[in-house]
Design a protein around this ligand. Structure first.
Ligand SMILES: NC(=O)c1ccc[n+]([C@@H]2O[C@H](COP(=O)([O-])OP(=O)(O)OC[C@H]3O[C@@H](n4cnc5c(N)ncnc54)[C@H](OP(=O)(O)O)[C@@H]3O)[C@@H](O)[C@H]2O)c1
Length: 261
């Protein structure tokens, strides 16, 4: 499959690491102005400008992995190179209609909001395609993106923004909790390496336990018996944490609204 990757920073590199495992299935051209990632991915053909995309390279899929603020100037230059492509945009806060206008009208556009676990193929990819999005393009998108993690198809575009503070920011909330618990563990006298590993293993085991059921309430009661030690902690946590999370998620949403274009 011919694939054009536009931009090769943090996200582009993570994607190429995933595609590298299936490199025989792909012919990949990457546009990156500095070419700084070229030596890391010898299986891909790097160019530093849209004008140097090889003649006759008509991608079936193009991935937009450059910054939203670079799109207005940058994207129109790609319009003719993308005519044959399903265009998958990872740009945060950029609406399909905005991308469509920068490309002078492109009928096959898709938006994806991943999270950091994309690096290990465990991303939650919020995915939105407009109403006229074809089944063939849906299958094509799944073929390309499934190795990065689950595709969660969203019916309304505004839900991408609404859910971003949960699925895309969510890993950071988890890392914060892990960091706080590590600090407590160290205050109790454990040396740092052991403290970090104790917390990591606790969270890893807990996450794996939720896989078969997704029933978090049931999981809580499996740890917190009536009148017990865990219940004492949860009585303090539950009322405050819920309000705090709501306030935090709303703050993230407010910030997103400011960058939406
Ligand atoms: N990082 C994430 O985990 C993540 C998560 C969700 C969404 N996103 C979205 O993914 C996109 C990329 O984010 P990032 O974190 O990877 O950004 P980044 O690290 O800053 O990388 C941006 C890349 O775009 C390249 N670039 C700039 N202008 C270009 C142009 N006109 N044509 C082609 N390439 C161009 C840059 O080239 P140089 O390397 O030469 O400077 C760089 O490789 C953004 O739209 C962001 O909203 C990222």
């Amino acid at each position: 499959m011919k694939l054009l990757l536009i931009g090769c920073g943090n996200l582009g590199r993570s994607l190429l690491q995933i595609f590298e495992k299936r490199k025989e299935e792909y012919e990949i051209v990457v546009v990156q102005p500095s070419l700084s990632a070229r030596d890391l991915f010898p299986f891909a053909h790097f160019v530093d400008h849209v004008s140097r995309i090889p003649q006759g390279f008509n991608p079936e899929v193009a991935i937009l992995a450059f910054k939203p603020q670079q799109m207005k100037d940058g994207l129109p230059r790609y319009a003719s190179s993308l005519k044959s492509a399903l265009v998958i945009s990872f740009a945060a806060g950029m609406l399909v209609k905005t991308l469509d206008s920068y490309l002078g009208g492109h009928p096959r556009l898709l938006r994806v909001m991943p999270n950091v676990a994309l690096k290990i193929g465990k991303s939650v990819n919020l995915t939105y395609g407009p109403k006229n999005f074809s089944e063939a393009d849906r299958l094509l998108a799944e073929k390309v993106l499934n190795p990065t993690g689950a595709l969660i198809w969203i019916e309304k575009e505004e839900l991408i923004e609404a859910l971003t503070p949960i699925s895309a920011c969510g890993p950071a909330y988890f890392f914060l909790l892990a960091e706080i618990m590590t600090q407590f563990t160290m205050e109790l006298g454990l040396e740092e390496k052991l403290a970090r590993s104790l917390v990591q293993e606790t969270f890893l085991g807990s996450a794996l336990l939720t896989v078969p059921t997704h029933d978090f309430k049931k999981m809580i009661s499996s740890v917190a018996s009536k009148g017990g030690v865990t219940e004492a902690a949860l009585t303090v946590l539950q009322p405050k944490l819920s309000d705090l999370m709501r306030t935090a998620v709303n703050a993230a949403l407010e910030k997103l609204k400011k960058i939406e274009q």
